[in-house]
Design a protein around this ligand. Sequence first.
Ligand SMILES: Nc1nc2c(ncn2[C@@H]2O[C@H](COP(=O)(O)OP(=O)(O)OP(=O)(O)O)[C@@H](O)[C@H]2O)c(=O)[nH]1
Ligand SMILES: [Mg+2]
Length: 233
Amino acid sequence: MKTLIIIPTYNEIENIPGLIKEIFGFDNQLSVMVVDDDSPDGTAGIVQELRRTYFNLLLLQRRGTRGFGQSYLEGFKKIINENYEIIVIMDADFSHDYKEIPEMVRKFSDCDTVVGSRYVQGGKIKNWNWRRRLLSRFANFYASSILSIPIYDSTTGFMCFKKDVLKKINLDSIKSEGYAFLVELKYKIFKAGYKITEHPIVFTERREGQSKMSFKNIWEAIFLPWKLRFSRN
Ligand SMILES: Nc1nc2c(ncn2[C@@H]2O[C@H](COP(=O)(O)OP(=O)(O)OP(=O)(O)O)[C@@H](O)[C@H]2O)c(=O)[nH]1
Ligand SMILES: [Mg+2]
């Protein structure tokens, strides 16, 4: 199935060239779209150079405002009418193992969305301290309990879905960022009536570069489930 991986980037110059080379080395039938928010470190420039070698590599450069969720939404809108069948979303920092994609895609025979899950049997997190583990566990329990989403990992940033799923959810209604965006996307997919399956993944803490997730993202993730539960959208 024709698959496009969308990767948002902000200052990922230490990771993105290696990741792109590895992905195309693994499977040159895949397509990759990097959505860069005008990274000061020149991430977009490097991707532009790599496009000379990899014809299935796309670059969407955003200017002005920054945003993880908005980057994905702009990427989705750009490809919604293209002939990809499966969309994968993942981080640029090697936390998500692209080698799992074929296994995840195989699961589409009986579902519409496959979530890379740290919290099902076989799933794991490498190199996180107990505080971060506890926070993530709590965030998942919290979001799933309020929203009744039938999955154990609603904050994971690694997932695949059939492209046509995007046509049935109101992308303009999604305003959240960070972890909240990841929860909202899954919730909207679930509410639109699609079946979501979990696939165990081993999550590895970022190899290089710095985290961009902030306390603002955590606060947003606390309010979002209530907002979604009581909204009519
Ligand atoms: N386009 C875009 N990408 C972003 C933005 N913020 C983060 N990203 C990317 O989104 C992905 C996830 O961000 P991370 O900083 O790794 O967040 P995280 O995984 O929660 O944090 P770490 O555990 O420290 O890696 C990475 O590929 C980032 O480069 C943004 O504002 N715009
Ligand atoms: Mg990360």
